[in-house]
Design a protein around this ligand. Structure first.
Ligand SMILES: *Cc1c(COP(=O)(O)O)cnc(C)c1O
Length: 423
């Protein structure tokens, strides 16, 4: 499928007059429409709730939009909890799915009344000593082995650091019941960025079976099953995007096949999607600063891996549109790079693009999740602004760009940098 930017070259140039490149921009309309579709896909389940994975796009303006669409939040750290609290999420609006959890994080999650999803059986004692065991508690399951969909290996839970083994789930539930837990949730995240409508239904089948077994063997009252994240997006134009309506329907079928006969028909289905909720509705816009011709052709941009780490970190593909050249033939083969002193700082390698000129605006698609948020400051590069393309067509800054003073701010105990720290 052809990938189309949600802004035109003219819009981007106008925006760039007020907010210098590079910037991340998000499409409010796209975010809202997609969130409504997710809700519709699972409307058959009375207790359904999507808990947006805050780490994907930790911006309060984005969280507020999702809150208005009925979403909760999934947090994994102290600051994500604080951000969510500040946005007005509380109690059962918050899922706390952490691992290697510091005491202060559990304490705040408990205080906010969040659903605590514990990652390991040893955390039961840890949490009991810290805060006591909440009435409703969730355990994260790791199925081990490979996660396959009709012989295709999607991911390898056996190599993942998360969750309880199957045996530990039974032991953990019994232990938690002894310590006063009344209601239970089950969580599992077994494959990442899946581009198939079968992931959630396949995962749900395993989890529903486990829930039925846990109920039968321990008598635990299971209130919710959290399918977590992992629903992917079509980063490549040749991929077929997931159909969330078909996914919801697939989960409904296994719900009726397994949970209803096990007298678990009241169980609420939760999701914790990040990527699917936001990735396609964000883009990184950057300007071409230089071109160079050595053994290969290079197009150098004012953004770098510090603004979008996925290509450098995972070799991830992000589609690129040269704004204003959407209909020109892609006859120019180049690497699109940033300016880090690090050769993996490439947004694209051997990419076929229309002939690129210095000054062109490059639109990097699908950066709305795990984009800005994975940013870092290597080479003293600064984080960009985040902008919101509002439903009425106006553009709002929802995070300013970093300045050198931000970069130096953690030296606030010394006066060597005063010259640069003062405005
Ligand atoms: C990262 C994460 C998510 C979101 O994953 P996506 O791939 O963005 O959907 C959800 N839950 C947990 C526990 C995570 O760590």
């Amino acid at each position: 499928m052809k990938k189309t930017p949600f802004i035109t070259k003219e819009q981007a140039e106008e925006i760039a007059q007020n907010f210098p490149t590079p910037f991340h921009i998000y499409d409010e309309k796209g975010i809202r429409e997609n969130a409504r579709l997710v809700k519709k896909a699972f409307a058959w389940n009375k207790g359904f709730k999507e808990y947006f994975a805050v780490k994907a796009t930790p911006n309060p303006f984005i969280l507020k939009i999702l809150q208005e669409e009925g979403c909760g939040v999934d947090c994994s750290s102290l600051t994500e909890l604080e951000l969510s609290d500040a946005c007005g999420f509380s109690g059962s609006d918050i899922m706390f799915s952490s691992n290697v959890t510091p005491a202060a994080d559990y304490e705040l999650a408990y205080k906010l009344g969040a659903y605590i999803n514990i990652d390991d059986i040893t955390h039961i004692d840890y949490l009991e000593k810290l805060t006591g065991i909440p009435e409703t508690i969730c355990c994260r399951f790791n199925a081990g082995g490979n996660f396959t969909i009709s012989t295709f290996v999607m991911d390898k839970p056996q190599d993942a650091k998360y969750g309880f083994t199957r045996e530990q789930m039974f032991e953990g539930f019994r232990l938690l019941m002894q310590k006063g837990a009344k209601h239970f949730g089950i969580h599992a995240f077994l494959a990442s960025n899946t581009v198939t409508n079968d992931y959630y239904p396949t995962l749900a089948k395993q989890m529903f079976q486990l829930a039925a077994d846990l109920k039968k063997e321990t008598g635990a009252d299971i209130k919710f099953i959290n399918l977590s994240g992992g629903v992917g997006v079509a980063y490549r134009p040749e991929q077929t995007p997931n159909d969330i309506i078909a996914i919801g329907e697939g989960v409904r079928r296994v719900f009726e096949e397994i949970l209803v006969p096990a007298e678990l028909g009241d169980v609420a289905i939760f999701t914790e999607m990040g990527r699917f909720m936001l990735a396609p509705y964000g883009a990184l816009v950057t300007r071409v600063l230089h071109k160079k011709h050595i053994y290969k052709e290079y197009v150098g941009c004012d953004a770098c891996a510090a603004n979008l780490m996925r290509p450098a970190m995972y070799g991830a593909y992000h589609h690129i549109t040269v704004l204003g050249k959407e209909d020109e033939p892609c006859t120019y083969k180049c690497d699109v790079t940033g300016g880090l002193c690090e050769n993996n700082d490439k947004f694209a390698i051997d990419r076929m693009l229309p002939p690129v000129d210095i000054g062109d605006l490059i639109y990097i698609h699908d950066t709305g999740a795990h984009g800005f948020s994975m940013g870092y400051n290597y080479n003293g590069k600064l984080r960009s602004a985040e902008l919101l393309l509002c439903e009425d067509g106006s553009v709002k800054m929802i995070r300013r760009a970093e300045t050198p003073a931000d970069y130096f701010a953690t030296f606030d105990f010394c006066n060597i940098l005063d010259k640069y720290l003062k405005p």
